[in-house]
Design a protein around this ligand. Structure first.
Ligand code: GLU
Length: 430
C-alpha cells in the first residue's frame, strides 16, 4: 500500500502498529468498492494530530512516577472529535492511532455528527490506588486540556476507565476554565453531574440489539441460543445480562484471570453479584475453568469478543466453531481472519457497528448536556436501538448486494459518508 515516498520511516513508526494496519487494509478495500476519490483516500490514511504527553504522578509512597499519555485526533470532518480514553499497560501511540481511526469509521457509519479520536495512558490501572488514579487522571486531563472541549474533542471511558474517571476529568477541565462547570467536555459521566441515563449499559445493550438482528438475518433466535462471551468488564457483563434476560444460555465467559464454562448456562445475575464481591469470575460455583484459547474455540451459536483487539487471527480462525461473531471490543478479529471466517460462512457483526452503543449514547449525553434537558432511560434505549439497527440494516443490504463480508460493507458505508463530507468541505487552503 503506498503510504508516502521520501519520508524518514522512523518518523512514521507510529503508523505501523497491527491494529492500524488492519484498519488501513479495510479502508483500502472499502475505498475500492465505492471508487473513492484518491485524494480523499490519501487524507484518510493518516491521523490529523497525534499528541504525546508526560504525566507525572505523586504516588502514595510520595515518590513521583512519570507515565506516558496520548490523544490522537484522527478526523474532524463530520463534527468534534470523539472517542474514549484507555488505561492499560499495553497502550502505545500505534495502538491509539489504530483506535482513533476505528472511532472515525464508527462514528461515520453510525451517522453521528462526530469526528474520531482516542486517548490512552500506558499504565496498569489495577496497580494504582484510588488517589493515584485520580492524580494521574487530573494531570493527564490538564496536559491535553487545550486540545479538548465541548466543541473540540470530547473524551469518554474505554478499557480501564469508568464514570468516576470521567468525573475527575470533567472537574479538572472545569477548574482550569475558571471553575465554571463544563459537563459537555466528556461523556460517560455519573448521572449526578450531567451523565445520561442508559450510558453505562449502552455498549452491552447495543451489542445485544445487533446480535438479535444478526441472528434474525441468519435464521437463528436469541432465546435458547448458546453464547460465549470473552471479557466481563463494562461491555461483556452487560451483554451477558441482556442476553440472559432474553433467554439465551451464556455457556462461558472470561476475564483477565481466565474463563469459566457451564454447558447448561451460567447464572448471570449471580455471577454479576459474585464479581462485585470477589473482583473476578474465578472460582464461580457450578462452573469449570477454561483457558482463553479454549473459550474462543468452544462450540456455540454466537461468540461475543468483548475484551481487547487481535484475539482472533490467522492462528485460530480455522478453529472457531460459532455461527456468528458480534464484536463488542474494538478490533478483536483481524482483517485476514475476517476473510477466513467469511469463507467458512461465519457471520461477523463488525465492531464499528456492534459496539457503537457506547458512542451513540455518548452523543445523546453530549446533546443533553448542551440542552441541559435530560431524557428518561426508556427513551435513551429506544433511540439507541433505532440508530444502531439502521447502521446494521444499511450495511447488511450492501453486504447482500455485493456478496462481501459485513466489515467491508460497513466500512464502505462509512468511507462513502466521509468522502462526501470531505469533498463538500474541500481542502484548506485549497
Ligand atoms: N470507548 C468507546 C468506544 O470505543 C466509547 C467512545 C465514546 O463514547 O466516545 O466506542
Amino acid at each position: 500500500m503506498p503510504m508516502h515516498d521520501n519520508l524518514n520511516p522512523q518518523a512514521e513508526s507510529h503508523l505501523h502498529g497491527p491494529l492500524f494496519k488492519n484498519a488501513l487494509e479495510t479502508l483500502e478495500e472499502a475505498a475500492k468498492l465505492i471508487n473513492c476519490d484518491p485524494n480523499i483516500l490519501e487524507r484518510l490514511r493518516r491521523p490529523r494530530r497525534s499528541i504525546t504527553v508526560s504525566v507525572p504522578v505523586r504516588m502514595d509512597d510520595q515518590s513521583v512516577k512519570v507515565f506516558t499519555g496520548y490523544r490522537v485526533q484522527y478526523n474532524s470532518t463530520l463534527g468534534p472529535y470523539k472517542g474514549g480514553i484507555r488505561y492499560h499497560q499495553n497502550v502505545d501511540l500505534t495502538e491509539v492511532v489504530g483506535l482513533a481511526a476505528l472511532m472515525t469509521f464508527k462514528n461515520s457509519v453510525l451517522g453521528l455528527p462526530l469526528g474520531g479520536a482516542k486517548g490512552g495512558v500506558c499504565v496498569d490501572p489495577t496497580k494504582l490506588s484510588r488517589t493515584e488514579k485520580q492524580n494521574l487522571t487530573r494531570r493527564y486531563a490538564s496536559e491535553i486540556s487545550s486540545f479538548i472541549g465541548p466543541t473540540k474533542d470530547i473524551p469518554a471511558p474505554d478499557v480501564g476507565t469508568d464514570p468516576q474517571t470521567m468525573a475527575w476529568f470533567m472537574d479538572t477541565y472545569s477548574q482550569e476554565q475558571g471553575g465554571y462547570a463544563q459537563p459537555g467536555v466528556v461523556t460517560g459521566k455519573p448521572v449526578e453531574i450531567g451523565g445520561s441515563l442508559g450510558r453505562n449499559h449502552a455498549t452491552g445493550l447495543g451489542v445485544i440489539y445487533v446480535c438479535e438482528r444478526a441472528m434474525e438475518m441468519i435464521g437463528m433466535k436469541m432465546s435458547g441460543s448458546r453464547i460465549v462471551i470473552q471479557g466481563f468488564g463494562n461491555v461483556g457483563s452487560f451483554a451477558a445480562k441482556f442476553a440472559f434476560e432474553r433467554g439465551a444460555r451464556i455457556i462461558a465467559v472470561s476475564d483477565v484471570s481466565g474463563g469459566i464454562h457451564n454447558g447448561d448456562g451460567l447464572n448471570i445475575p449471580q455471577l454479576i453479584e459474585y464479581v462485585k464481591q470477589n473482583k473476578t469470575i474465578k472460582g464461580f460455583p457450578h462452573s469449570q475453568p477454561v483457558s482463553n484459547e479454549q473459550l474462543l474455540e468452544l462450540d456455540c451459536d454466537a461468540l461475543l469478543p468483548c475484551a481487547l483487539e487481535g484475539q482472533i487471527d490467522t492462528h485460530n480462525a480455522e478453529n472457531i466453531k460459532c455461527k456468528l461473531i458480534v464484536e463488542g471490543a474494538n478490533g478483536p478479529v483481524t482483517n485476514a481472519a475476517t476473510k477466513i471466517l467469511h469463507k467458512r460462512k461465519i457471520f461477523i457483526a463488525p465492531d464499528v457497528i456492534a459496539n457503537g452503543g457506547g458512542v451513540i449514547v455518548s452523543y445523546f449525553e453530549w446533546v443533553q448536556d448542551i440542552m441541559s434537558f435530560f431524557w428518561d432511560e426508556a427513551d435513551v434505549d429506544s433511540k439507541l436501538k433505532g440508530i444502531i439497527l439502521k447502521a446494521f440494516d444499511t450495511s447488511y443490504k450492501l453486504q447482500q448486494e455485493k456478496n462481501i463480508d459485513m466489515r467491508s460493507a460497513a466500512m464502505a458505508v462509512s468511507v462513502q459518508r466521509l468522502e462526501k463530507a470531505m469533498l463538500l468541505r474541500g481542502l484548506y487552503p485549497r
